[in-house]
Write a protein that binds this ligand. Structure first.
Ligand SMILES: Cc1ncc(COP(=O)(O)O)c(C=O)c1O
Length: 436
């Protein structure tokens, strides 16, 4: 090419959660059945969509031709009115339908909000990080994502002292991201922690982004508070969607809520840029917006979520009971979303450790991936080739300096889940035996 056509952030884009799948397929072809523990799609993991929900969608598709049309750029007014009403009932900052903007899934919202942020302005996010945020933010600036620690010794809560240090050292930080409930740790933050983050944003004159896609998937007695309840007058963006809740990830439907645009002209201009960008794209998917208020206001909706949450809580306790007994690991029960992170303590993993692969072909397939400084990645690829279990390494999958892996709590069959957890536990014991 006569000019450099490479985006400065090109090297920042990676999505290990899906990349490992390609390797899994090849290992499956080599005759090792794969148990997919890597991806957070409840439908792919066998969650059935309730018939009443399908009936609402089918009726809309059959009777309402406007569900095939474009929708207004911000989203259907009736749907935004419903969301604003529900939001305001919870107390905290008040919004109007005008403060809501629909996207084609939160993935679309995430890339847009970072893409249209001034290149020199940074958003600091959690470590471990959900990589769609960390990669998009890093790509917008052309340099690695800045992070604050989630503390495994303190229930994976944000390390507020570390966050303060980062804010002091990096004047370019203009926003703070929190993911609550969190992916990959499954943690739900206390109101006190969120309040401290809001206080920091106020003190340093920043805006907040709160990814709340899992806000209705909370269990084990945890109380979830949305950013809106705590934010006061600080500018912020909350992100929600139906991919995990309904669950309908294939609908590509999510939305953002802007808070306190009137309090800061620069934040208002930034929000307008995001809305203008969506206008160029015309609109987000119409059908899911049409059915959203019908489904969420149905009397069967919250009992249905309660039943799913009970299932995740059972799996969270089961996994915790098994992994917490193994020497060299740190594990906390998940209280939200449907993930649990198992952390290898410092010194548990060593370069020479290995698992016996299921066959020679599987061994050959993972060989190139073992040449990595990330010790958890070495374990994860060997787990795949040896036991046929596909999980995601924390270091490369979640932009972290920690070593561990994420499993999901999506398996509906309890016996099958127990077996997978036990198989992983056996593999860890075999793998780490060399240093005992
Ligand atoms: C924290 C978080 N935010 C956003 C998304 C993306 O959701 P969507 O399907 O709406 O793009 C995910 C998907 O896994 C997620 O875990």
């Amino acid at each position: 090419m006569r000019n450099n056509i490479i985006h400065p952030g090109a090297d920042e884009l990676s999505y290990e959660i899906r990349e490992i799948v390609e390797v899994g397929y090849r290992i499956a072809k080599a005759g090792v059945p794969i148990y997919w523990e890597n991806i957070g799609d409840p439908v792919a993991k066998g969650e059935t969509i309730p018939q009443w929900m399908k009936d609402i969608i089918a009726h809309t598709v059959k009777t309402d031709d406007s569900s095939y049309a474009y929708s207004p750029t911000k989203g259907l007014l009736a749907t935004r009115e419903y969301i604003a009403r529900e939001r305001n009932l919870e107390g905290g900052v008040r919004i109007t339908p005008d403060d809501i903007l629909f996207f084609n899934g939160l993935g679309d919202a995430i890339s847009t909000i970072y893409n249209y942020l001034n290149k020199s302005a940074r958003v600091i996010g959690p470590n471990p990080a959900y990589s769609t945020h960390s990669s998009a933010e890093a790509s917008h600036s052309g340099s690695p994502h800045l992070t604050y620690r989630l503390d495994p010794k303190n229930s994976w809560y944000p390390d507020v002292a570390d966050l303060r240090r980062q804010l002091e050292h990096h004047p370019e930080i203009s926003g703070i991201l929190l993911v609550n409930p969190d992916n990959p740790t499954g943690m739900v933050y206390s109101v006190a922690v969120i309040r401290k983050m809001v206080d920091l944003a106020r003190e340093f004159d920043l805006f907040l982004i709160s990814d709340e896609i899992y806000s209705n998937l909370v269990y084990g007695g945890a109380e979830h508070k949305k950013l809106a309840s705590v934010i006061g007058g600080v500018p912020g963006i909350a992100m929600r969607g139906i991919s995990k809740e309904f669950p309908w990830p294939g609908s590509r439907c999510g939305w953002v809520e802007f808070y306190n645009r009137d309090k800061d002209p620069a934040f208002a201009r930034y929000a307008k840029t995001i809305i203008d960008a969506k206008m160029l794209e015309v609109c987000a998917t119409t059908l899911p917006q049409k059915v959203l208020p019908l489904i969420m206001s149905d009397e069967r909706y919250y009992p249905y979520l309660a039943q799913r949450n009970a299932n995740y809580w059972e799996k969270s306790q089961l996994a915790h009971a098994v992994f917490s007994k193994i020497h060299g690991l740190t594990v906390h029960k998940a209280y939200g979303a449907f993930y649990l992170t198992v952390l290898f303590n410092e010194g548990t993993l060593r370069p020479g450790q290995s698992l016996v692969p299921a066959n020679a072909e599987a061994a050959g397939i993972i060989k190139p991936f073992l040449d990595t400084p990330n010790l958890d990645k070495r374990f994860v690829y060997q787990l795949l080739a040896s036991r046929g279990i596909c999980v995601v390494p924390i270091s490369s999958g979640f932009n972290s300096d920690l070593n561990g892996f994420r499993i999901t709590l999506l398996e509906a069959d309890t016996d099958r889940f127990k077996k997978v957890v036990r198989d992983i536990a056996d593999a860890i014991t075999e793998y780490t035996a060399v240093i005992k």
